[in-house]
Design a binder for this molecule. Structure first.
Ligand code: PLZ
Length: 450
């Protein structure tokens, strides 16, 4: 049995189901959650966690689940990863907070330097730090508006950017994110995404036709000279792991460049080796003007970043950007530990390897199970889209039922998608291969039974 030091010494890397899932202790805790926390804060799987590391999450009843969620693409380096833990432990003993805007510290600067160096493009860059993906997206929009003096922001069908007022407005899907939470922020315009599986004239025309529609809509409905930013996820995450048809992103990038529009890549979910590149933009050689990162950046500590062209970010007046906690010293140390781990353990290579194991098996599954309409993704960010067999009609109840069966067997999977009919797979990049194979068997069985 392999063990890892993550999640404390010798956390066995095994699936182990010793009670019903959730077990009695988790059910007791969940009842307390129900009376102390509002139902608006949902629960994917009501098992209460006591330890996690490598490829597993251990619950209060002693069950050890295979983790295909990574806390929604956060613990890519593994939970309680040793380099992260050690740095955070040391930092916590030295000082926990000063506010970087009051009295700075070196780790923030180091994170900024590292992000400036590793993000796409070799132009001069600047980075500033925030607490969450949503906060970073908002700040990227602030910078783009300030630098261009233009109001409009263009976003895409199936896009997800957060739950604050502006980012909720930038997000496409009504339920559960926007419903009854309006009115929304103005000057947000939505255009089509090149979604190959659902493109009306077929995937082969998708990139070209979608890009033409985007450019036409911007020209006729907004006016390019009014657009501060085009904001896009290089792979739409919450929207269902939709990889835009190849050629779409380069065409949009070229259009933005020609019109002086700031191209913002939201790499909150795709960043930090997840897709088999350090950043998903690299797949087609896209160089965004601003890149927004969070999630995988700090192994679970709250941190997010805006990295962009120096000439854009330097335009904002002194004191125009900030926040009490942005770039907290514990989170900065965690980020440095994450970047060390990605390099030392070749997590870019590991993410690719996960994709090489998973994608062929998922494709073979789609061949046997007509309920699987599409298989997609890159590296350790893969998904299957479920449909009513023989059609493209979304099948969200099948996705929910497959997820339920996986959970009962001790495999934590997440759903996604505008229609709720996508099962997405986000293993930690350090997932041992025997767990990956075991997880795929459970998944295959659940899909075939449903
Ligand atoms: N941009 C691309 O995926 C967060 C949302 C979970 P925060 N996605 C997980 C939920 O239901 O709230 C996300 C993202 C992309 C921005 C965000 C927002 O990041 O750190 O959740 O604010």
């Amino acid at each position: 049995m392999s063990t890892v030091t993550q999640g404390g010494p010798s956390l066995p890397q095994e699936r182990r189901v010793v009670t019903e899932i959730p077990g009695p202790r988790s059910r007791e805790l969940f009842a307390r959650k129900q009376s102390a926390v509002p139902p608006g804060i949902g629960t994917t799987l009501p098992v209460f966690v006591t330890r996690a590391g490598g490829g597993v999450v251990v619950d209060a009843d002693g069950n050890s689940l295979i983790d295909f969620g990574s806390g929604i693409a956060v613990t890519s380096v593994g939970n309680a990863a040793p380099r992260v833990v050690e740095r955070v432990r040391r930092q916590a003993a030295d000082f926990t907070h000063t506010c970087f805007m009051v009295t700075p510290y070196e780790s923030y600067v180091q994170v900024a330097e590292r992000l400036n160096a590793i993000t796409p493009g070799d132009h001069a860059k600047r980075t500033f730090l925030l607490n969450s993906g949503a906060e970073a997206v908002e700040n990227a929009v602030k910078v783009a508006r300030h630098a261009t003096g233009r109001p409009a922001v263009v976003v895409f069908d199936h896009g997800y950017h957060g739950r604050t007022l502006l980012t909720m407005s930038l997000t496409a899907k009504n339920m559960p994110y926007k419903h009854r939470f309006g009115p929304f922020a103005p000057e947000v315009y939505r255009v089509p995404l090149a979604y190959p599986f659902r493109w009306p004239t077929g995937p082969e025309h998708c990139a070209e036709e979608a890009a033409a529609q985007v450019i036409d809509q911007i020209g006729t409905q907004i006016g390019a000279e009014n657009v501060a930013a085009v904001l896009i996820e290089p792979i739409a995450g919450e929207g269902g792991f939709i990889e835009p048809a190849k050629g779409f992103l380069p065409r949009i990038a070229e259009y933005c460049r020609s019109e002086g529009i700031v191209l913002i890549a939201d790499e909150v979910q795709t960043g930090f080796a997840r897709t088999g590149h350090l950043f998903a933009c690299e797949d087609e050689g896209i160089v965004p003007d601003i890149i927004v990162t969070a999630k995988g950046i700090a192994g679970g500590l709250p941190l997010a970043a805006v990295t962009g062209r120096a000439e854009l970010l330097d335009r904002v007046h002194v004191g125009g950007l900030g926040g009490t906690y942005g770039g907290n010293p514990l989170a900065c140390e965690a980020a440095l530990g994450v970047l060390e781990t990605i390099e030392a353990e070749d997590l870019v290579g590991k993410a690719r390897r996960i994709g090489e194991v998973m994608l062929p098996r998922l494709r073979a599954l789609a061949g046997r199970a007509p309920i699987v309409g599409d298989v997609r993704g890159r590296g350790a960010m893969t998904a299957i889209e479920l449909v009513v067999p023989g059609t493209k009609e979304p099948h969200p109840t099948a996705a929910a039922e497959i997820a339920r069966r996986c959970h009962a067997e001790g495999l934590l999977v997440l759903t996604a998608g505008t229609y709720g009919n996508v099962l997405r797979f986000l293993p930690p990049l350090v997932m041992p291969e025997h767990l990956l194979q075991e997880a795929l068997e459970i998944l295959e069985k659940a899909v075939c039974e449903v």
